[in-house]
Ligand binder design. Structure first.
Ligand code: SF4
Ligand code: SF4
Length: 371
């Protein structure tokens, strides 16, 4: 069992500036559920003043969303995300790891199982082009939202998309197996040489951590940084989406940031700038705070996940939107399910789909009336 890296743990000066940024502290107003409270628990574990099976340790290691909002406001530069990974490396071994996480990790552990998940889904694929840049398919996006990679390839036809890709290891790194998480990222880096473009903020942050920032571009970053970056192309007619009527007015679009993309990689301006080009962009007050998906969190702690999501859904519905753009498959699933549960007319749509257009499932939706 490994310990904490002393420099990570000792950096916190217990100032408490992070408390107002923390979504779980906002729910409980309990110091134990704050970043500072959790770092104190980690210290107690490290010093041996709390036994590893203390219930508070187990509870808080899983209650934390891992959203890293605390990092962005910390004056001492505490790398909370790295600390959380080390904490779960200690806390979530064997039977202590939530069963649903064990199942997910098993599903994505072998490349053939990842391929199998996407086999029946019509995700993007091209012949291998060794030079890159490559589009990363992602495990869950290829299974749940294969239309996102198709849209990304329509938008960026220069990308190579080999189907033989594995998991990037973010799931492992965030759930108590950092070593495997890093090994999987390194393996994916070898399979996809050159720049890797991703449509998942969570995968982008983990890959950049292992492979280096210059090898990884999240889709909005890549599109914005292209030499020929101008207005988005005219939506091509494809058999993917079928004929769709042009909207009579600009789409009203908000964005849900991906926590790891915003708080880990500092990418938040780029998706907004792109959305402003294609519609009427609406900044929601909570756009930068976690939606409660948080990787496997929505499955491990569904009740807390919904508590985090509910206020955000209220805000989305009150804003008279056509759609809320997402840049991560976890947020996509979370908002999609939440909005459907409420029978909302607002749709969760990936940024790649909005840029590549046309979008049949968006155009078919009834127009919002609460404006
Ligand atoms: S803001 Fe940073 S230094 Fe201050 S308590 Fe939070 S984690 Fe520690
Ligand atoms: S990662 Fe998010 S939920 Fe966890 S302590 Fe930091 S702000 Fe709170």
């Amino acid at each position: 069992m490994t310990g904490f890296t002393p420099d990570l743990l000792n950096r916190c000066i217990s100032c408490g500036f992070c408390l107002p940024a923390c979504p779980t502290y906002a729910l409980t107003k309990d110091e134990t559920s704050s970043p500072r409270g959790r770092i104190n628990l980690m210290r107690a574990l490290e010093e041996g003043s709390l036994p590893a099976d203390d219930l508070r340790l187990g509870e808080e290691a899983s209650f934390c969303l891992g959203c890293r909002a605390c990092e962005t406001v910390c004056p001492a530069g505490v790398r909370y995300g790295a600390l959380l990974e080390e904490w779960r490396d200690r806390q979530w071994q064997g039977a202590a790891r939530p069963p649903v996480v064990r199942l997910l990790m098993f599903a994505v552990n072998a490349r053939w199982r990842v391929r199998l998940m996407g086999l029946l889904r019509r995700h993007a694929r091209t012949p291998d082009r060794p030079a890159g840049p490559h589009l990363m398919l992602g495990c869950f996006e290829r299974a749940l939202f294969p239309r996102v990679s198709r849209a990304a390839l329509r938008l960026l036809p220069e990308l190579a998309v080999p189907a033989a890709q594995g998991c990037c290891g973010a799931l492992h790194a965030h759930n108590g197996d950092s070593e495997r998480g890093r090994a999987l990222a390194a393996e994916l880096g070898r399979r996809l040489p050159g720049v890797i473009v991703t449509t998942s903020g969570g995968c982008a942050a983990h890959l950049a951590d292992v492979l280096g920032r210059d090898r990884v571009k999240e889709l909005s970053e890549y599109v914005t940084g292209r030499p020929a970056a101008g207005p988005p192309p005219e939506p091509p007619a494809t058999d993917d989406a079928g004929p769709a009527p042009l909207p009579a007015r600009p789409l009203r679009i908000a964005l849900q940031d991906s926590c790891h993309l915003r708080n880990g990689l500092g990418v938040w301006r780029e998706p907004r700038a792109l959305l402003e080009r294609i519609g009427e962009y609406v900044e929601l007050p909570s756009a930068g705070t976690c939606c409660g998906a948080a990787g496997s969190y929505a499955l491990v702690r569904p009740r807390d996940s919904r508590r985090v999501l509910d206020a955000k859904l209220d805000e989305i519905e009150a804003a008279g939107l056509d759609c809320v753009a997402v840049v991560n498959p976890g947020c996509h699933r979370q908002l999609d399910q939440g909005l459907r549960r409420r029978k909302s007319a607002v749709r969760a749509v990936h940024l790649a789909e909005l840029l590549a257009g046309p979008i049949d499932h968006l155009e078919a939706a009834p127009r919002p009336t609460n404006r």
